[in-house]
Design a protein. Structure first.
Length: 119
């Protein structure tokens, strides 16, 4: 079992930056693949970025070159650095954890943090 708590969301102007953090409980954080998902109003939840246990990263095409996912295993934390934010990035962002490989339906989720990008 792992519990996830996100922080760092907020309101930012287009072109600005935010860094989301996800703190995980438990002593086996390094054995979980981690991901950031988002859900905008009226849209389905989508995978934004993932990071494997060996720190291989992957990104949705819409955020490549703007977002960076990273993990600090010593701090049991995963981060999402978001630069050059656009209004279409507005959504609730969720941190998720999965056993070894990130699937489309991870078993562990945080409560979500709101990101709002104004034009």
């Amino acid at each position: 079992q792992v519990q996830l708590v996100e922080s760092g969301g907020g309101l930012v102007q287009a072109g600005g930056s935010l860094r989301l953090s996800c703190a995980a409980s438990g002593r086996t954080f390094s054995s979980y693949a981690m991901g950031w998902f988002r859900q905008a109003p009226g849209k389905e939840r989508e995978l934004v970025a993932g990071i494997s246990i060996s720190e291989i990263t992957s990104y949705a095409d819409s955020v490549k070159g703007r977002f960076t996912i990273s993990r600090g295993n010593a701090k049991n934390t995963v981060y999402l650095q978001m630069n050059s934010l656009k209004p279409e990035d507005t959504a609730v962002y969720y941190c998720a954890a999965d056993h070894r490989v990130l699937s489309a339906t991870p078993p562990f989720w945080g409560q979500g943090t709101q990101v709002t990008v104004s034009s």
